[in-house]
Design a protein around this ligand. Structure first.
Ligand code: FMN
Ligand code: SF4
Length: 446
């Protein structure tokens, strides 16, 4: 039986509550080591480590940093993404509850590399405890002269899924709403103007925390954990129909089956596991690919995806038609409305799916859903409608029979499962509580 590999989380899971306690575990050595090297040499360490961003896409961190490092712009910024609003994911909050110091240290290393003007930490305003933890870490590091006063600032953000989209995040840092702008952060960063475009590095909380670890230890040490495809560990959120839902820090390369059965204890009832979703941005995963070693590339090649390692499990008792309607309505409600294909298309897809759950669908509505998924992404600003298209198309294609069955034998109960939007985790009982998503019930049935 595999065990957890805790290199981000404290080994005993006890929260690190002071800078002294952090230093006792080797903390702050990373920034000291980085500052003794050239910025280029620090990037080389991150490259050797093979760090891939933990915010969902697995983009190589060293490539992102190099682009901005080499940009001649005189002003550059760091923005950390601590917005965490995707269904099934709780890892960043969990990490900030247990060790906020790693994030602050990692962000300082990134700031050193690009000689950043300032660092902004975008964290959901409702994560009050986590904000207090990070603020305490900043204050202590200021007092200890590791960090200059006012250099690192927390920006509390709205309780919206789009707050985590990097172009929307920059808007929030600039004092506006969570509406994705057109240009990516490496072209137009925060505080930009017609003459200053201020390229900005955006990295996830967990990515930045790994940076501190890599610089404290070494790239070789980091690579000892994890796989060739995705070195290091990741904090997995496992929720839904398993016996032991929870938070597990595992080396990448662990298989999905090991996560579900060894750590999660297998299905919660006698019904076997039917489908697993990694958040809402990837294709549905079924038992044929459970033996795939988990990594950004390996899971993608197998037809699934790692995303932000938040896994939502359904057993054979779950209706995939209802699950599709639930995910679709979440995404439609979170669309900000700037792009017509996304705003209208995601609503149309939700309405079509709700025809199935309400027993009014015709057979050709199945292909109509697929057709609408094909055009919801037409010239849109951000990846949200792509998520809708990838996720819903995969559910309809994989479980087409269930959709046909809903047409032949309309269901008597249209109730959808809850959106697994996690608001807290109880360590003792291994249970998650879910938040109520916005405007979830407001979509009419066509
Ligand atoms: C709709 C949407 C929501 C997102 N939410 C988050 C989030 O909550 N946290 C996060 O780190 N990245 C999120 N992302 C990805 C970010 O846009 C960005 O890629 C990431 O923060 C980059 O960090 P990384 O390279 O360290 O992974 C989201 C993307 C989309 C399209
Ligand atoms: S694609 Fe959708 S969510 Fe993204 S900016 Fe456009 S309308 Fe908003």
């Amino acid at each position: 039986m595999k065990t957890e590999t805790r290199i981000l989380l404290p080994v005993d899971l006890k929260p690190v509550l002071s800078l002294d306690a952090y230093k006792a575990t080797g903390g702050i050595r990373g920034i000291e080591r980085a500052r003794a090297m050239t910025p280029r040499a620090v990037i080389d360490e991150i490259k050797k480590a093979g760090l891939r961003g933990r915010g969902g896409a697995g983009f190589p961190t060293a490539i992102k940093w190099t682009t901005i490092f080499e940009d001649p712009s005189p002003k550059k910024y760091i923005v950390v993404n601590g917005s965490e609003g995707e269904p099934g994911t709780y890892k960043d909050r969990y990490l900030l509850q247990r060790n906020p110091y790693k994030l602050v240290e990692g962000a300082l290393i990134a700031a050193y590399v690009i000689n950043a003007q300032q660092v902004f930490l975008g964290i959901k305003g409702k994560f009050k405890q986590e904000i207090a933890n990070v603020q305490r870490a900043i204050d202590e590091m200021v007092k200890d002269h590791i960090l200059a006063k006012g250099y690192m600032e927390i920006v509390p953000g709205p309780d919206e899924y789009l707050f985590g989209e990097e172009k929307a995040l920059l808007e929030v840092v600039d004092g506006r709403g969570a509406m994705p702008r057109n240009m990516p952060p490496f072209l137009f960063g925060v505080r930009c103007s017609p003459t200053e475009y201020n390229p900005t590095i955006v990295n996830n909380v967990e990515s930045m925390s790994h940076v501190a670890n890599i610089m404290c230890n070494s790239p070789e040490w980091f690579r000892q954990h994890g796989s060739e495809d995705t070195p290091g560990t990741m904090i997995f959120t496992l929720c839904g129909d398993v016996k032991k839902p929870g938070m597990y820090e595992l080396a990448l390369g662990t298989t999905l089956r090991e996560l579900l059965y060894d750590f999660g204890g297998g299905p919660v009832s006698e019904k076997p596991i039917k489908a697993v979703f990694s958040g809402v941005a990837n294709k549905v995963m079924t038992p044929e690919i459970f033996d795939t070693p988990m990594g950004f590339g390996t899971l993608r090649e197998a037809g699934g995806g790692l995303g932000s390692a938040g896994f939502i499990v359904y057993d054979e008792g779950a209706s995939m038609v209802k699950v599709a309607a639930m995910f679709s309505s979440f995404l439609a409600a979170e669309s900000c409305g700037q792009c017509i294909p996304c705003n209208r298309g995601s609503r149309i897809i939700t309405e079509l799916l709700r025809k199935f759950t309400h027993g009014t669908a015709q057979m050709d509505d199945i292909d109509q859903v697929l057709f609408e998924c094909g055009r919801v992404t037409n010239q849109t600003r951000c990846f949200l409608p792509q998520e809708e298209a990838i996720l819903i198309t995969s559910i309809v294609k994989t479980f087409r029979r269930e959709f046909e069955e809903y047409v032949k034998n309309p269901p008597s109960d249209p109730t959808e499962p809850p959106v697994p939007l996690i608001s807290s985790f109880d360590e003792n009982t291994h249970t998650f509580t879910y938040a109520i998503p916005k405007s979830f019930a407001n979509f009419p049935v066509a």
